[in-house]
Write a protein that binds this ligand. Structure first.
Ligand code: HEM
Length: 483
């Protein structure tokens, strides 16, 4: 009996390996059938596992975890080529995500619903200020609230800027979405943002559910889902649903929309089947979270790099002074004359890798890429961090050196291989907003202050383990000195 089982297992392995090779699949780690690499993955810092295998198997490889085939790309041309195909723009379907409405909204939806919502959201984000002076006003209001109310009163003292920065950045996207603003001490906003952080810590629960979907049917308190539901209901009940209800009472369904929620309500009026309440809630949640978390984290890295590289900070200050002077805040119109500042922000995004592997896509069709066959239904992971740390593309990639993006005359060199917002049909829709925020916050801070770490402290650029998807620096305090 034992011998028969052993023969069966060996035969299975031979068949699996043979069919895999015969289909010209990308190379990759081998594992036991079904389990594959499920237990070799660091699910909190997936980019670390992906990078380790990249060194072994090259710029395109295949692995498999939690029942999902994954093709990992670390070459900028392969990423561009893969994401230029219309059929690679899908996301993973998952019963676990559905529990949190994630088959709706913008970030995790696919097909017709995603296409319509993305088109509609981009259109309205533009109408509400992206790339226009209206957006700059919204950002400048928050820059001055942050600088005047939070930083200036604490000059010379070691302080944490995290909470204030989060509120300021959240206010910009929340202003576009709902026309509302939080005050710097708004407990509701902080509670909502904390609940998102806490959901991020429940990775273990979600992995278990991906591995054993049947657990979904067990009582939620046994699987830990009850905690996830409770945290998820905080933003819904405290912020998003009340905002929809309030707008529904006052919206003019045929008039000029006041903000994104008005637009959603007008769309719902036109196509009630597509724009359900769940879809509206998830669309608002997606914009809100994507809108504050990545930008806040990038700014924290930027301030961390400024404190660690005083010579870079001095050069930035000199450029800000030369172009904007000391009397008025820097503006987006100054940007073309500030190549060093742009190079600093590009280098910040290259080294920080806030979204180290973007968000996984799924291909609806089998296709050829880099000489291999990518199977239908595979997840495609753009390992952006590996691109940004590739020695062949960036000399001494671990060094923080903004000059790498400047030519011999000090002019900005555009880069095709820097892709922090990903590329293609599913690339970040908030890129213009994020780039404006980064520029205005950083320039305003160095115009008014010189930033440093408290005496005796050095940040080692370590990454917080408490967050999935996003690389966030471990906490630090900074001291702002008046110039
Ligand atoms: C420095 C800040 C930011 C970074 C590094 C960043 C990065 C990214 C990346 C890598 C993706 C995945 C693209 C893909 O699937 O290929 C993405 C998607 C997205 N981002 Fe951003 N983002 C930032 C700021 C923003 C802001 C300010 C907003 C809101 C206005 C935003 C809204 C979104 C949305 C809605 C998606 C999903 C797009 C889709 O699935 O069609 N992001 N972002």
């Amino acid at each position: 009996m034992l011998a028969a089982v052993a023969v069966f297992v060996v035969l299975m392995l031979v068949v699996i390996i043979y069919t895999r090779n015969s289909k010209n699949r990308p190379p990759g780690p081998r594992g036991l059938p079904l389990i594959q690499q499920s237990f070799s993955m660091n699910y909190v810092r997936k980019e670390e596992t992906f990078t380790k295998w990249r060194k072994q198997y090259g710029p395109i490889y295949q692995c498999s975890a939690l029942g999902q085939t994954i093709v990992v790309l670390s070459d900028p041309d392969l990423i561009r080529e893969a994401f230029s195909r219309p059929f690679t723009a899908n996301r993973q379907e998952s019963n676990v995500l559905k529990l949190f409405y994630a088959d709706n909204g913008i970030i995790f939806s696919s097909g017709e619903l995603w296409q319509q919502t993305r088109r509609f959201t981009l259109f309205h984000l533009r109408n509400f200020g992206m790339g226009r002076t209206q957006l700059e006003g919204l950002i400048q209001d928050q820059v001055s609230a942050f600088v005047d109310d939070l930083v200036a009163p604490n000059v010379g003292k070691a302080m944490s800027i995290d909470k204030g920065l989060r509120i300021a950045i959240a206010n910009i996207i929340w202003g576009v979405v709902s026309s509302e603003r939080f005050t710097i001490h708004d407990t509701r906003a902080l509670e909502v943002m904390d609940s998102f952080d806490e959901v991020g810590k429940l990775t273990g629960v979600f992995i278990l559910l991906f591995l054993f979907p049947v657990l979904e049917r067990f009582p939620a308190r046994l699987t830990g889902l009850d905690k996830a539901y409770k945290l998820f209901s905080i933003p819904m009940d405290k912020l998003f649903q009340p905002a929809i209800d309030e707008h529904a009472r006052t919206v003019d369904l045929n008039g000029e929309p006041r903000d994104y929620i008005d637009c959603l309500l007008q769309e719902q009026h036109r196509s009630p089947d597509l724009f359900t309440n769940r879809h509206m809630l998830r669309s608002i949640l997606d914009l809100f979270v994507a809108g504050y978390d990545t930008t806040t984290t990038t700014l924290r890295w930027a301030f961390c790099f400024l404190c660690s590289h005083p010579e870079v900070q001095r050069r930035l200050q000199a450029e800000v002074r030369a172009v904007a002077g000391d009397e008025r805040p820097p503006q987006l119109a100054d940007r073309p004359r500030m190549p060093y500042t742009d190079a600093f922000l590009m280098e910040t995004q290259r080294v920080a890798n806030v979204a180290p592997y973007g968000i996984e896509h799924v291909t609806a069709e089998e296709f050829q890429l880099g000489g291999f066959t990518v199977p239908q239904g595979a997840q495609i992971v753009p390992l952006l961090q590996a691109v940004h740390q590739d020695e062949a593309l960036f000399a001494e990639p671990l060094e923080f050196r903004p000059e790498r993006f400047l030519d011999a005359e000090g002019k900005l060199k555009p880069s095709r291989v820097l892709m922090p917002f990903s590329v293609g049909k599913r690339s970040c829709i908030g890129e213009a907003m994020a780039r404006a925020e980064l520029f205005l916050f950083v320039t305003a801070m160095v115009q008014r202050f010189t930033l440093r770490f408290p005496d005796g402290f050095r940040h080692d650029f370590s990454v917080s383990e408490s967050k999935v998807l996003i690389r966030e620096p471990t906490p630090f305090l900074l001291v702002a000195e008046s110039k």
